[in-house]
Design a protein. Structure first.
Lengths: 473, 272, 304
């Protein structure tokens, strides 16, 4: 994988180049159809691949590696601010959190969870769109997504901000009474503990660890690359002939990995987040949101409504149609009014909301997903199956009810029980769901069914049964 | 998919989507379009708008690229107007959609009941005043067509309780009287059966049941029962509504039918 | 037994042509089959009545039907229900005018009249000289009035007050049954082939004697045909075995006497005993008889 970095060095004739290792080949691929320089661009790439093996990374590359052991996810602030400090306006090309959608002509921003971005198929949430995360039961997975969404916005904001300066590129509006929300946001994932130690020992070694990580991540990285290749077609149509250097470095700071056990340091302050109480009279909420958006002009606005209709926060009368629906209608109006620089995420526990209210709420969002955490028995079964790999146990199903842009156009994008999610320390993972096969069992289907209905005391007997069968093998 | 025969959409027995004489005499008519969250109605609204203006739908069954080459005929009835009012989508949503279809922007009017609607129109105002203001925005023309999307959202936007009877009497019926054809677009998902029969549920069901009873025909968009399929988006079912067509000259009737359709990349194909 | 000799179709025709004295004729309809065709049928039969004035009160209907002498659009009556009653009564004969023209008032539909005003409205309009044909959508829920917890629902009120009830149900195409229709309607999807000129009708007519007659019909409004449908309970009744049915079939005597029947009923059938043995599902019940050769020592002898 290292040749990519070296390729980057070769292409380093563009002074602003900040390419990430994993993305380099595609950046070149993009140039081929897109610009006049295409023909010229191809040759150096090939050369760089062949000849690059011996070229040592420059000091700058080493710098990059030290700051970001996870390739493709973060850029150190110093590097980022180098080119972008001059620009204060929301500039789609230079905004690290905005990129074109690979599947439509829209600009999108990351939700803070790379996998959720993929599930949305746009690799993010299109600007001017909203997403509702519903959750069954009393679990709180939705709040994780909410915090990731918030944290991502703050990281984008800080990528661009010169320390001490007030300007940024992103602003958060949180409709909640809970001011502590800001302090609960996760920090950027710094790599495993081992990596952190290693990077402290020496730069050389840290470089090695990056390679290790690269190898581990080989498959997902390539997968992602294909998606990006798609996107370039659109990007080309949109801004053919525009300067290459920007495109090259465009998506480096697009999404980040967060460590939910850590806290964001320094904690976000009023230059990152504005809190607005959702339980004031409707007029006040809407006016305040709109004023905040106008104050932060030229910034991407991420509106967040954590735990919509949480009974501890919302008074009973908000559960009336003319309470909550009127509020959401007003917010939808705002998101659409500022559709070039506004996104919204709301989360709700669907259990204490009547079906009627829930569909009315969902109706006012452009996209909607539903988390259905597994019941205890299912989790036990999965733990049993993945005894050797406890980090493979999924926590529940993710149903897609509406996708941004597509659903509105009339496409049928409901996908029930097609995805499963797992909330890990460093990642909210979403993967295709399939009932795992218990290798110890020769009749897995039957077994799965049994396990779903099995009383709690049964796993022991099941274990016994499994051993018996494995002995037969 | 190329093997599958594409079908033309006909709703009435004179092979039309919207009969010419529907809006030409003094009668008032209603059509109901029901959709779900999974099968949203934009393409069918486009089709109805085109049929209303040009007497034919150019976008249906054509691929997205070929629509660009079609030169539209002149509007069938240059004096009649079309108004589309939505509580769920803003002006630019429909504008860009109609622009893509190359519909002459002089032949329609978009009323945006989303943007700043609560702030400017409903907050702190009595119901009667709100309805009066809204009705003023629609042209008074019995040859015109009005498309109204999700009027049921009004239930949620009034400061005090709005009953279905009030909505019907103070808004829908006066609106019907203002035009020749009112197409009510509503998401039936919103009435998801809630056996608790609360006041809200009752009012919503009373509203939609009014819509069924006054409509000449019901166009219903639904996803397949079997779930998602690659080559089918859903089904379009055309059934008779509660109202009769006795008052129309020419003895036309509704052709009941069920189509399957595939919606992808901005184009929609209809087949059996 | 006047009713059984009475031809039900003739009675229905008399009702539809307003020859029977029925102040309130209640048409119960629903989304899959609305009352429009039936109203047209009433108009078809009654138009021969001399000097009939038809007053149409429209809560739902948008266009004035050709047969209506007066068309009252509820939206054009400002002042609500009291004003509507006043307007209506201006078209109706006063009680002093003994031999006035007959009036037909069609109301579409009674669902829009609040529950607490309904009884008053009906009694203000319906009279021997005026037939009130009221359409009521039986599938539309009614707004609950919290102050009137014990008051009967509008449907109950109307069914109580009506002298004739015409309950309309769709004639279902063979591919859908009641169950699937209900399921489809819950999703607000109307199956094809409904709201047809051909539909089913249950007629309940309350006679002045206090009796109530009930018949089922299939109506074809295109041809104005009414077919009396014998309803199922009677069919089942016919299937009960009577001695006469078995006479003359063979030369054997197949009929049973009362005494034989009683004896037959008292025989306990074997499976009844098994049902008494709860929770022993598949157990074999075996009773030893005196001739059984059973060896206690032999383990294989045990029939269980």
């Amino acid at each position: 994988m290292s040749f990519r970095k070296r390729g980057e060095v070769l292409n380093g004739r563009e002074p602003t180049s900040r390419t990430i290792p994993g993305r380099e080949p595609l950046n070149n691929a993009r140039r081929i159809p897109g610009t006049a320089a295409a023909a010229n661009g191809r040759a150096p790439v090939i050369r760089s691949v062949r000849g690059g093996q011996t070229i040592p990374p420059t000091a700058r590359m080493a710098n990059l590696n030290m700051g970001t052991p996870q390739p493709g996810h973060t850029i150190p602030k110093e590097v980022a601010s180098e080119d972008e400090e001059e620009e204060e306006a929301l500039d789609y090309i230079n905004h690290p959190g905005i990129r074109p959608s690979p599947v439509s002509a829209n600009l999108v921003t990351s939700t803070g969870s790379e996998d959720l971005d993929k599930v949305l198929t746009h690799l993010g949430l299109p600007l001017g769109n909203s997403i509702l995360v519903q959750e069954q039961g009393t679990t709180e997975f939705n709040s994780i997504l909410c915090k990731l969404f918030a944290a991502q916005g703050i990281v984008h904001n800080r990528l661009d901000t010169v320390p001490g300066s007030k300007s940024g590129n992103t602003h958060l509006i949180v409709l909640s009474l809970n001011q502590g929300f800001a302090k609960e946001l996760p920090g950027v994932y710094k790599g495993s503990r081992k990596d952190v130690k290693k990077s402290m020992i020496s730069e050389e070694q840290s470089k090695l660890s990056v390679q290790n990580l690269n190898e581990q991540k080989a498959t997902p990285q390539r997968y992602k690359d294909f998606k990006i290749a798609w996107k370039y077609k659109f990007a080309d149509e949109k801004k053919a002939g525009k300067d290459i250097s920007n495109n090259e470095t465009e998506y480096k700071g697009y999404n980040h990995q967060f460590d939910v056990t850590s806290r964001m340091i320094p904690a976000p302050n009023s230059s990152d987040i504005t809190f607005i109480s959702p339980i004031q009279p409707l007029q006040n909420v809407i006016t305040q949101v709109e004023r905040t958006i106008k104050t932060h002009d030229h910034k991407l606005i991420r509106i967040i409504i954590p735990s919509l209709l949480h009974p501890a926060m919302y008074p009973p009368k908000m559960f009336n149609l003319n309470g909550i629906i009127a509020l959401l209608h007003g917010l939808r109006s705002i998101v659409k009014k500022f559709e070039s620089r506004c996104v919204l995420m709301g989360t709700i526990s669907s259990d204490f909301v009547t079906p009627l209210l829930l569909v009315q709420i969902e109706n006012l969002f452009d996209s909607s997903i539903k988390l259905e955490p597994f019941p205890q028995e299912m989790l036990q079964f999965l733990e049993n199956v993945y005894k050797a790999q406890p980090n493979k146990v999924q926590h529940g199903l993710l149903h897609v009810l509406k996708l941004p842009i597509f659903s509105e156009r009339g496409e049928m994008r409901v996908a029930k029980s097609e995805w499963a999610f797992r909330n890990g320390r460093k990642r909210f993972e979403i993967e295709e769901w399939s009932i795992p096969v218990d290798d110890a069992d020769d009749d897995s289907n039957k077994k799965n069914e049994q396990s779903m209905n099995r009383p709690e005391d049964d796993p022991s007997s099941k274990a016994k049964k499994s051993t018996k069968i494995s002995l037969e093998y | 998919m190329s093997a599958v025969q594409k079908q033309d959409l006909t709703i009435f027995s004179d092979q039309s989507i919207i009969p010419k004489n529907l809006c030409s005499n003094e009668s008032h008519n209603v059509m109901l379009l029901t959709s779900t969250a999974a099968t949203q109605p934009l393409w069918l609204i486009n089709t109805l708008v085109e049929s209303s203006i040009y007497g034919h739908s150019y976008s249906l069954n054509s691929s997205a690229s070929s629509t660009n080459t079609i030169n539209h005929n002149k509007p069938i009835n240059p004096t009649s107007s079309l108004t589309i009012a939505s509580f769920a989508h803003n002006k630019s949503f429909y504008k860009s959609s109609f622009d893509r279809l190359k519909i002459n922007s002089n032949s329609y009017k978009i009323l945006d009941f989303l943007t700043d609607f609560t702030m400017n129109e409903t907050l702190g105002k009595p119901k009667a005043k709100i309805f009066e203001n809204l009705l003023k925005l629609f042209p008074n023309d019995t040859t015109s067509t009005i498309i109204l999307e999700q009027p049921e959202i009004l239930f949620s936007l009034m400061g005090d309780h709005l009953s279905a009877n009030e909505l019907i009497e103070s808004f829908l019926k006066p609106l019907i009287k203002k035009c020749g054809l009112l197409i009510i677009v509503t998401s039936v998902e919103l009435y998801k059966l809630d056996y608790s029969m609360t006041k809200d549920v009752t009012e919503l069901i009373r509203f939609i049941s009014f819509c069924f009873h006054v409509s000449l025909t019901v166009l219903s968009l639904q996803p397949l029962q079997t779930g998602r399929a690659k080559d089918i988006t859903g089904s379009l079912k055309i059934t008779r509504g509660g109202a009769t067509l006795d008052h129309l000259s020419g003895k036309i009737h509704v052709i009941e039918n069920e189509y399957l359709y595939l919606n992808e990349k901005d184009s929609t194909k209809l087949f059996y | 037994m006047a009713s059984s000799t009475h031809n039900p179709a003739v009675l229905l025709k008399r009702i539809l042509s307003l020859s029977e004295a029925t102040p309130l004729l209640l048409c119960l309809d629903s989304i899959p089959q609305t009352a429009n065709y039936l109203i047209n049928e009433i108009v078809h039969h009654s138009r021969n009545t001399l000097n009939l004035e038809t007053i149409f009160v429209a809560f739902e209907t948008l266009n004035k039907p050709s047969y209506a002498t007066h068309f009252i659009d509820i939206n054009e009556v400002s002042g609500g229900l009291p004003k509507l009653i006043e307007t209506l009564q201006s078209y109706l004969p006063s009680p002093q005018q003994k031999h006035s023209n007959k009036r037909l008032v069609i109301i579409d539909s009674l669902n829009y009249i609040p529950n607490d005003k309904l009884a008053q409205f009906i009694s203000a309009v319906a009279s021997p000289h005026c037939t009130l044909v009221g359409v009521y959508h039986k599938d539309t829920p009614e707004v609950d009035i919290p102050a009137l917890d014990n008051y009967p629902s509008s449907l109950e009120l109307l069914q109580f007050m009506a002298t004739t009830i015409l309950n309309i149900t769709p004639a279902l195409p063979s591919r859908i049954d009641e169950e699937s229709l209900k399921y489809e309607l819950e999703k607000y999807s109307i199956p094809r082939g409904l709201n047809n000129p051909i539909f089913n009708l249950k007629l309940i007519n309350r006679r002045r004697s206090g009796r109530s007659l009930s018949y089922d019909f299939q109506i074809d409004t295109n041809k104005h045909l009414y077919e009396h449908v014998i309803n199922n309970p009677e069919e089942q009744e016919n299937e009960i075995e009577t001695p006469e049915m078995l006479q003359g079939l063979t030369t054997f005597n197949l009929s049973t006497s009362t005494k034989q029947k009683m004896a037959k009923d008292q025989v306990a059938l074997p499976f009844l005993e098994a049902q008494g043995l709860e929770s022993h599902g598949g157990a074999i019940v075996y009773e030893y008889e005196k001739d059984d050769d059973y060896d206690e020592e032999d383990p294989y002898e045990d029939p269980f």
